[in-house]
Design a protein around this ligand. Structure first.
Ligand SMILES: Cc1cc2nc3c(=O)[nH]c(=O)nc-3n(C[C@H](O)[C@H](O)[C@H](O)COP(=O)(O)OP(=O)(O)OC[C@H]3O[C@@H](n4cnc5c(N)ncnc54)[C@H](O)[C@@H]3O)c2cc1C
Length: 446
């Protein structure tokens, strides 16, 4: 069954590419990168269908919440100055805590993970994005090196979506086979693969040879945080979280864990403080800043005597595996080897984070529509943190050593680079000036 635009003849497609009204973009994967790409392409005048495998948008963003920590502040403000900041503004309005600090991290905001998804879904619908939930794409139809349509299942029904341009925002998490092979098995995380079917990469289906993050023998990386039911913690910890947003509890010697940090996706939290303390952040649930923690040992920590996991449900055993299956791409985020495929978020490289997914999503959605119009793709300059990160991560992924790192504006190797290059600042005027000097003020607004 064809769900979206009727088959377009080649002649009509050529017209569209010159700026007609029937430009059709199909975004596969409804995490932060996909939501952002969908909005960005829509703002450029395309008809946009956003396809998501599960029954909710936001993907791993359903259990995250940390924004604006360290260099993520700079990146968010750059995107706002470039006119692509609507999603950041909506997140800012839905934060439980703002401008908080925890070890190694300054001026962080924590969004409410429970209320974020419906708010973004409503916003995208108001903007005219066609959202197809519970729809898992599992095949592509090619015309030479161009994708003509994607197909899959929506419930029991077969569905097919044609488009002029496609964006792969399927992320890199799972599916359960990878979690079993490279991690500690399926731990029942928010991605709910057993119920909705696992991740399927659009680029891989189109024949692209994907890249795998690896360090030594470790393939991929384990997600770096869990969620505890806040109400299962002691009254004191519960109140501290509600009031301050952060609780730091020293781990008694009997409950010390060793050797978990090296496999973590979130290198920005691989600091001694995270080994010596239980660090909890209030995102609605209590975000436990470690990949996993055996429940019986966690319950030896003061205030956590009755703790229970909310995500993953088996957070005492392990966490989801990520960074398996990234697309080779250029700095405009076009996937190599396929004419009309762009990518963003984790799919675009070893980029960790909501902010990273949102900013690459804006660029991918924008360039996807420029591709239809036969306009030159926009590459953001290295004078901006976002441009530098996109270029730097692509370069690093071409090296064996570079594949062993994860990159985020919020810490570790990329935040160090930001500071060295003078890109990190929280001075909004300075950021606006930089964007202006690059000739990019409001570029994504139109
Ligand atoms: C537990 C956890 C906590 C985190 N906490 C934070 C945090 O606090 N702050 C932060 O900045 N970052 C955090 N991160 C990292 C951050 O969530 C991700 O790096 C970022 O959100 C990735 O976004 P994405 O859109 O690229 O991918 P994803 O979020 O993985 O989204 C991909 C989407 O594509 C869908 N999909 C896959 N295949 C198909 C298909 N074939 N058809 C249709 N749909 C498909 C998936 O269902 C999913 O919804 C966290 C990650 C995890 C796992």
């Amino acid at each position: 069954m064809v769900r979206c635009s009727a088959a377009l003849s080649e002649a009509v497609r050529e017209n569209d590419r010159l700026g007609g009204d029937d430009m059709k973009g199909v975004i596969v994967g409804g995490g932060w990168a996909g939501c952002s790409a969908a909005l960005s392409a829509r703002k450029q005048g395309a008809e946009v269908t956003l396809i998501e495998r599960t029954d909710m948008l936001l993907g791993t963003g359903l259990v995250g919440g940390i924004m604006r920590n360290n260099g993520r502040f700079t990146a968010a403000e750059e995107m706002i100055a470039m006119g692509g900041g609507e999603i950041f503004q909506r997140i800012d309005q839905n934060c439980l805590h703002r401008n908080i600090e925890f070890p190694g991290h300054r001026h962080a905001s924590l969004y409410n993970v429970a209320t974020m998804e419906p708010l973004i879904k409503k916003f995208l619908l108001e903007k005219g994005v066609d959202i197809q939930l519970s729809t898992r794409i599992d095949d592509v139809e090619m015309e030479g090196t161009r994708i003509r349509a994607v197909s899959g299942r929506q419930g029991g029904e077969k569905v097919r979506f044609e488009g002029d341009v496609f964006v792969d925002t399927t992320g890199t998490a799972g599916p359960p086979g990878n979690c079993t092979k490279y991690g500690n098995g399926c731990v029942m995380c928010i991605l709910r693969c057993p119920s909705f079917g696992g991740r399927v990469s659009l680029a891989a289906k189109a024949g692209v040879k994907e890249m795998v993050g690896r360090k030594g023998d470790q393939i991929g990386a384990m997600s770096g945080s869990c969620k505890l039911l806040k109400e299962s913690l002691s009254r004191e910890v519960f109140d501290t979280l509600n009031q301050k947003g952060v609780a730091v509890i020293p781990i008694p010697p009997s409950a010390k864990s060793v050797g978990k940090l090296s496999t973590k996706a979130c290198q920005q939290y691989a600091l001694p403080e995270f080994e010596e303390n239980i660090i909890l952040l209030d995102t609605g649930h209590a975000k436990l800043m470690t990949a996993f923690y055996p429940l019986e040992i966690l319950r030896q920590v003061p205030g956590c005597e009755n703790a229970r996991y909310e995500d993953p449900y088996a957070g005492g055993v392990g966490n989801s595996m990520r960074y398996i299956g990234m697309s080779p791409r250029d700095d405009a985020l076009k996937v190599e080897g396929i004419d009309n495929l762009f990518c963003a978020g984790e799919k675009a490289g070893l980029l960790v984070g909501h902010t990273e997914a949102i900013v690459t999503g804006v660029l991918a959605g924008y360039n996807a529509v420029r591709w239809i119009r036969r306009e030159k793709a926009l590459v953001l300059p290295a004078t901006l943190a976002i441009g530098d990160a996109i270029i730097h991560v692509r370069e690093q992924m071409g090296t064996e050593a570079g594949l062993g790192y994860k990159y985020t504006f919020s810490g570790s190797v990329y935040f160090d680079r930001m500071k060295q290059r003078g890109l990190y600042t929280t001075d909004i005027r300075e950021i606006e000036k930089r964007v202006d000097q690059a000739g990019l003020a409001g570029v994504f607004a139109k």
